[in-house]
Write a protein that binds this ligand. Structure first.
Ligand SMILES: Nc1nc2c(ncn2[C@@H]2O[C@H](COP(=O)(O)OP(=O)(O)OP(=O)(O)O)[C@@H](O)[C@H]2O)c(=O)[nH]1
Length: 472
């Protein structure tokens, strides 16, 4: 029983025991287990599975017969149907559970009543015409399973038939798809099974042929008692039982359906993978945007730091030089006036020396706040140019107002007193101003130098004053 992998269809059947005559039982008891050979690859009819068990419709029928006849069976595994026929010819197999009677086989086998029938069909390319009569296509290459009963039958019926023997139904289907074969001949169940297995819609059953496959138990010719036993067992199979088994195997989820399920689950897995990847990508995009925003802010902070004086919070020389260069370009292009002022604390060294560096710092910061407040009114740029030296840039035509504001600033500083750390001191600034429309070949440096010269003059003239070197 271990050799037969009967399907669950068999378990549904009511299986009465002891259908054999006592003499038949005695015959079996006296003998070794019966050996049987099958087609190892002919589903849904029969096959040998990976565990070496007999499976398929034939296995289900044989399971019934095994129980009803209390048979002791032994499967003789072969690699092909041709080998099975050879082993049957050699007398190695006592019987074949599913075989069709042909004149050739009847030379060495005897056959029970057929118990399984299936129509003969022709499969061709799906786009091919329906074939009513095989005689019309016998000149075309027609695939047929090697050593199958119909090889012999068709050759007898159509002597000119162009039969091409194939090793498997799959090979035949392939031949039809590739155009090497016009069609594939065989029984409907096997061909339908192979078409479904191939998972290819390019081949379909396109003709019903004369002569059905009528499958019987084939028994060694020298064992008539055994044939009689199988006749009894075959006869014991009811129409209902036959239908349960056939329905089970025709409705069976084929390898293709299983492969479809597998493909479907792979598709799902792929879909999940793709979705996950998209979510990950979106997440990374989001993280990158955050990172970029952070970097942008850091860059802005760095740029600001790079262009700002740490002590006073005013722009530094780098920024001022850039602003002046751009303003020069604009003034030259528009032929407009540009004003620059250089402001320097008077005797700052003395202040530092007298009240300490911290007092000096305090003065620089306080002066910067006043400058910002008084001089940076619109587009003016106020910057610390170095040490105790400051610069102011003013674009536009109202240079007179700018100079007036500078003068006002100077007076305010001179009138104020700086208090820090218990010390108090007065301050003054000297200012050099220059306003002009820059000459086309004039550099920013040269332009600023004019204000510097004016400042030098203010210092030289006694400090705490504004000197304007603008051309009149
Ligand atoms: N507290 C403080 N002092 C500074 C800073 N930067 C420059 N100084 C000081 O500013 C002084 C500039 O001295 P000088 O160049 O001789 O100029 P001055 O003493 O202001 O004289 P005149 O410009 O001729 O009126 C030096 O003593 C520097 O150490 C700073 O950031 N903080």
């Amino acid at each position: 029983a271990a050799d037969i992998g009967s399907s669950e269809a068999v378990s549904l059947l009511d299986r009465p025991m002891w259908v054999l005559e006592v003499s038949q039982q005695a015959y079996l008891m006296e003998r070794e287990p019966l050996t049987f050979c099958v087609d190892p690859d002919w589903l849904p009819f029969e096959a040998i599975d990976e565990a070496g068990r007999y499976v398929g419709m034939g296995a289900d029928f044989l399971a019934l017969m095994e129980q009803r006849g209390a048979l002791e069976l032994e499967l003789l595994i072969t690699d092909s149907w041709s080998e099975t026929l050879q082993r049957a010819r050699d007398g190695d197999c006592d019987f074949l559970p599913l075989a069709m009677a042909t004149p050739g086989r009847e030379q060495y086998l005897t056959f029970s009543e057929p118990y399984l029938e299936t129509p003969s069909v022709l499969a061709t390319r799906s786009d091919g015409p329906y074939v009513r009569d095989i005689a019309a296509v016998t000149h075309q290459p027609l695939g047929i399973m090697k050593d199958f009963s119909f090889v012999e039958i068709y050759r007898q019926r159509y002597p000119d038939i162009n039969l091409v023997e194939v090793d498997s139904y799959e090979q035949g289907i392939e031949g039809v798809i590739e155009g090497r074969l016009f069609g594939l001949l065989g029984n409907m169940a096997s061909i339908r099974y192979a078409i479904r297995e191939s998972g290819n819609g390019q081949v379909k059953i396109n003709g019903r042929l004369e002569g059905d496959s009528r499958l019987s138990v084939a028994v060694r010719q020298d064992k008539p008692e055994l044939l009689a036993i199988f006749q009894t067992l075959v006869a014991s199979i009811s129409a209902a039982e036959r239908q349960v088994i056939i329905n089970h195997w025709y409705g069976q989820t084929s390898g293709v359906a299983a492969a479809d399920t597998q493909r479907l689950s792979m598709m799902w897995a792929l879909l999940v993978l793709v979705s996950l990847s998209i979510v990950l990508l979106l997440y990374w995009g989001y993280r990158l945007r955050l990172l970029n925003r952070g970097l942008e802010a850091t860059n802005q902070r760095l740029t600001h730091l790079n262009r700002t004086d740490a002590l006073t919070g005013l722009f530094n020389r780098l920024h001022f030089d850039d602003c002046l260069a751009q303003a020069m370009t604009r003034a030259k292009r528009n032929n407009t006036r540009l004003s620059v002022a250089m402001i320097d604390l008077d005797h700052f060294k003395r202040l530092n020396d007298q009240y300490g560096h911290a007092f000096g710092d305090h003065c620089l910061k306080a002066l910067s706040r006043i400058m910002k407040h008084m001089l940076q009114r619109g587009t003016e740029v106020v910057a610390r140019y170095g040490g105790e030296e400051f610069v102011v840039l003013s674009e536009g035509s109202d240079a007179e107002a700018f100079v007036a504001q500078l003068a006002h600033f100077r007076r305010e500083v001179a009138a104020s007193r700086m208090c820090f750390g218990g010390n108090e001191a007065g301050l003054s600034v000297s200012i050099g101003v220059y306003t002009a429309i820059p000459r086309l070949n004039e550099s920013a440096m040269r332009f600023l130098l004019k204000a510097d010269v004016a400042l030098y003059e203010a210092k030289a003239e006694g400090r705490n004053r504004l000197v304007d070197h603008s051309p009149r």
